[in-house]
Write a protein that binds this ligand. Structure first.
Ligand SMILES: [Zn+2]
Length: 166
């Protein structure tokens, strides 16, 4: 048990909930602006406001909302470390980028990165299977975390594209 660690972790969680609340507030103001613009028949302003609303809302599910890592290696145990947002994994075990790689189905690359990091940092992990077989790394997702990750990606992309077009 490390009480200090859990205290700083819950403080960080609290900060992340606060950040989510602020982003949510900005999003709601932008949605309000979009509604008022529609009311004034100003479609262009409404689209721009909606695009900014999507851009401000998307970091909440992507990078901020407290969650657990869930990166699952070939031995099949989901990583219980806390992570922030549903897109990336924990930093402690270097599941940060690899979790994203698993999401976009680059399974081999994800496993290679995690193993390379573990070998340089800790004791070498014995390699059981040959490198040719497809590894069974995956992300232990709940429906919420899966929807959150993709909703964040889609809303960020939609917002950016809408701003570029208009
Ligand atoms: Zn992890």
């Amino acid at each position: 048990m490390a009480p200090g660690g859990s205290v700083s972790q819950s403080a960080k969680k609290h900060d992340m909930y606060t950040a989510s609340a602020w982003l949510f507030l900005v999003t709601m103001l932008l949605v309000g602006w979009a509604v008022l613009s529609l009311h004034d028949k100003d479609t262009r302003a409404a689209i721009v406001a909606t695009a900014w609303a999507l851009i401000f809302a998307s970091p909440i599910p992507l990078f901020i909302w407290p969650s657990t890592c869930g990166y699952t290696n070939t031995r099949g145990r989901p990583c219980p470390e806390p992570s922030y947002g549903f897109l990336l994994g924990c930093r402690r075990y270097y599941h940060w980028w690899p979790k994203l790689l698993v999401r976009i189905r680059l399974l081999k690359e994800a496993q290679r990165q995690v193993e390379r990091h573990q070998q340089t940092r800790d004791t070498a992990i014995p390699q059981s299977a040959s490198g040719d077989s497809v590894p069974l790394v995956r992300v232990a997702d709940s429906p919420l975390s899966l929807c959150g990750a993709w909703a964040g990606i889609i809303s960020a992309a939609t917002g950016v594209i809408a701003l570029i077009i208009h």
